[in-house]
Design a protein around this ligand. Structure first.
Ligand SMILES: [Fe+2]
Ligand SMILES: [Fe+2]
Length: 147
């Protein structure tokens, strides 16, 4: 399918940042889903659903960012950033807290870049996504304290 001409024009830099965001959304979506599958023990069972629910949210992020990038005449990547599952619940959560921290840093940069380029919609979209990532960071940090 050919690209429809977007009203908003953005730089290659911003398109590249959106693809970085997609790559990491795909990665964490797989990371959290495999943690959901591999989690064991009594503590694991208690938190299993949290991994699955978060994985689904991340997949939705990947999809909405990909739709936005496509509109902005970019092609969404299919390649995830490195996936780090871990071997214990504690390790899972350490990787996940780190992943959410990385997301928060990158998405703040994207919001600033999009605002600088007058792309209000992308900035707004990432403000909403950033809110989710801060919730995830809070969730994983709290879970890590209990392990
Ligand atoms: Fe996300
Ligand atoms: Fe997240």
């Amino acid at each position: 399918m050919a690209h429809l001409k977007p009203v908003t024009k953005v730089s290659d830099k911003l398109r590249g940042m959106l693809n970085d965001a997609i790559a990491r959304e795909i990665a964490v979506s797989i990371q959290y889903m495999w943690q959901h599958v591999q989690v064991i023990g009594v503590k694991g069972v208690a938190v299993q659903g949290q991994f699955k629910q978060t994985a689904i949210v991340e997949m939705k992020h990947a999809e909405s960012i990909a739709e936005r990038l496509w509109y902005l005449e970019g092609t969404p990547t299919t390649k995830p950033t490195p996936i780090t599952v871990g071997d214990s619940l504690k390790e899972f959560l350490e990787h996940d807290v780190k992943a959410e921290e990385d997301a928060i840093l990158l998405y703040k940069q994207i919001i600033k870049q999009a605002q600088d380029e007058g792309d209000i919609t992308t900035a707004f979209m990432f403000k909403e996504i950033l809110e989710d990532e801060e919730e995830h960071h809070d969730l994983f940090t709290t879970m890590l304290e209990e392990v």
